[in-house]
Ligand binder design. Sequence first.
Ligand code: ZN
Length: 344
Amino acid sequence: MSLIIDCHGHYTTAPKALENWRNQQIAGIQDPAAMPKVADLQISDDELRESIESNQLRLMKERGSDITLFSPRASFMAHHIGDFNVSSTWAAICNELCYRVSTLFPEHFVPVAMLPQSPGVDPATCIPELEKCVKDYGAVGINLNPDPSGGHWTSPPLTDRHWYPIYEKMVEYDLPAMIHVSTSCNACFHTTGAHYLNADTTAFMQCIQGDLFKDFPTLKFLIPHGGGAVPYHWGRFRGLAQEMKKPLLEDHLLNNIFFDTCVYHQPGIDLLNTVIPVKNVLFASEMIGAVRGIDPTTGNYYDDTKRYIEASKILSGDDKHQIYEGNVRRVFPRLDARLKAKGL
Ligand SMILES: [Zn+2]
């Protein structure tokens, strides 16, 4: 029996008080007198428990997943709002809540940290929060936003030395990064329907163009949402890499880049698993996330991605074990250590 580990979950059902506090914080950017204190946000353990038990945990039990790697709500990271101090305070609050959930439900939730990124600010400023989340909260990974401007792409590509301070810490602590943007503040890009998928595709192409993994051979990126357009256009990416005189993508990127299974229909999952080697695919649903409805053609939730893995005619039983558990434990070594410490 495999442990079913969902490597991509966000705290989308946090108590309303969190959003209210954030709205006050945003108001406080213009009017410093309105800026709330961190201590003004009071959320009890019972409120946290209720928000999880009736939502994520209920669905995990219904769908048969055991553990969720749990990070703050991605669209609420909104790194483009305010300055570094605004982001820093917000990230600290959100990370602490995910940590508290992981202590209330230690069998089911393991924290992944968001970073206090801010457009135009040196990513090295994120390191104190990153270290706190690893050392004090037991975070096993981070979410790295390749575009903290929220759709305007003002940061250098992920292969630029600009990002190296984060990568050095990731290597030091054996932390993978899910490359995950936040809310789009560019009306051309719908947040979850365009900006997320564009960013996934963009991050992969940036890595083709660069030589990042020569400098960081053990660095690991998880590209979510099935890799955006990457699997579908694998031939284009292979051809572009060939023209750029890059090594084969298997050697150039696939020791370092992984894809999740947040693809919400059977043909998409089948394509992913036809094109991308099994060792590079990690189970995930991003539940409760962007797409919450029921697919009328199947009668099941779109984001019940375990059903697609189960129904796959391409994957063997061992392949499924790798996707559900083996690959996730290999890509998240700190998770593996935590599970081994529990005898799992
Ligand atoms: Zn996400």
